[in-house]
Design a protein around this ligand. Structure first.
Ligand SMILES: [Cu+2]
Length: 122
């Protein structure tokens, strides 16, 4: 009896992990100033195949993205944001893209980014 319960628990956990694996969530810091930054930052990852949802908070500078980890990965997300002109915790922004941002969006390159947990469900 005891063994059956234990086996069931292990089985359920295995299944849960299996299902959770394709949909992954990540939260990381991205430098930026305003609502215009928000739309540029979000658009840069929304174009990537496999991204379900992306949201950047201008107050906390935190970007949260849910994505299919069989289609894309965390570094691809960081790189896409950097390419659009914004620094992430891991990847420096493309200089040309940064210089082409509207004046109000040229954020402080030294802006502090808090570093929370990198990836859930990993
Ligand atoms: Cu802006």
């Amino acid at each position: 009896m005891r063994k059956t319960i234990l086996t069931s628990i292990v089985l359920i956990m295995t299944l849960t992990v299996g299902f959770a694996q394709s949909k992954t969530e990540t939260v990381f810091g991205v430098r930026g100033n305003c609502g215009m930054c928000k739309s540029t930052i979000e658009k840069s990852v929304n174009n990537i195949d496999g991204v379900f949802e992306a949201s950047w908070d201008k107050e906390t500078k935190q970007m949260s993205i849910s994505y299919d980890n069989t289609k894309t990965d965390v570094m691809a997300l960081h790189k896409a944001i950097a390419k659009s002109g914004y620094d992430t915790e891991k990847v420096k922004a493309d200089e040309n893209a940064y210089n082409n941002l509207p004046g109000c969006c040229q954020y402080d390159r030294e802006m502090e980014l808090s570093a929370p947990k990198e990836t859930k469900n990993k």
